[in-house]
Ligand binder design. Structure first.
Ligand code: ADP
Ligand code: MG
Length: 238
């Protein structure tokens, strides 16, 4: 059984068709990367999977359950964006624990889980700081921590590293790979960065104008691109 299955997903904004028939199955624990030109619908697709955006038609299943009309909070999905969207007036610990606080978990449980998550992300020494006192990479770790603590079935990442400088991007990429191994979670990751796509992905999904151009393992797409469009995305030097 797939962890996530998308059936015939369509999305229109007004009269504009942005997603034009997406079918995809993602296995439990799989790392899937979406690539494609700006405006081809990658973020819209993630927002529909998370429930932040309604589908115009089609069906979304998570762990065998139809969640097409289910509220975001009940989908067991966490999303990490490129802008960190942390609460500026809260400490790191409060930011990470916020979801559990909303869920009215006991204070000592929240404290213990925040400490566990912070240890995994190596930010245990930053728990009493506010976001303003953190570097970009540290902020992104807090944003990832906030996602992990809810133990979602599926993580969605929308270009999470694109605001970071090159060296930090490499470091965070390795950490995301490590996190994926450690949690064994299903991850869907949007990126512009070919190296990220090639090194992180079990499978790469190449989007173009709201449909899927090709799906395959990184080396498969690299060696056998279906057309020039895919070749331009996967084969061209970074
Ligand atoms: P990508 O993430 O691949 O760059 P997006 O999913 O952000 O692409 O956008 C796909 C298309 O949908 C773009 O043409 C964008 O302008 C349009 N779009 C996205 N969100 C909205 C919205 N809320 N209202 C109208 N058009 C939108
Ligand atoms: Mg986008």
């Amino acid at each position: 059984m797939s962890q996530l299955s998308l059936r015939s997903i369509h999305k229109a904004f007004g009269t504009i068709d942005v997603i034009r028939g997406i079918d995809l199955d993602v296995a439990e624990g799989e790392f899937v990367v979406f690539v494609g030109p700006s405006g081809c619908g990658k973020s819209t697709m993630l927002r529909m999977i998370s429930g932040l955006e309604d589908v115009t038609s089609g069906e979304i299943n998570i762990a065998g359950k139809d969640v097409t009309r289910v509220a975001p909070a009940e989908r067991e999905i966490a999303m990490v964006f490129q802008s960190y969207a942390l609460f500026p007036h809260m400490t790191v610990a409060e930011n990470i624990g916020f979801g559990l606080k909303l869920a009215r978990r006991p204070r000592d449980e929240i404290k213990r889980k925040v400490e566990e998550v912070a240890a995994v992300l190596q930010i245990g020494q930053l728990l009493e700081r506010t976001p303003r006192e953190l570097s970009g990479g540290q902020r992104q770790r807090v944003a990832i921590g906030r996602a992990i603590i809810r133990q979602p079935r599926i993580f969605l990442f929308d270009e999470p590293l694109s605001n970071l400088d090159a060296a930090l991007r490499v470091q965070m990429r390795l950490e995301i790979a490590r996190l994926h191994q450690r949690l064994g979670a299903t991850m869907i990751y949007v990126t512009h960065d070919q190296t990220e796509a090639m090194t992180l992905a079990d499978r790469i999904i190449v989007f173009n104008k709201g449909h899927i151009e090709q799906v395959g393992a990184p080396m498969e797409l690299y060696e056998w691109p279906a057309n020039m469009f895919v070749a331009g995305f996967i084969g061209a030097p970074a």
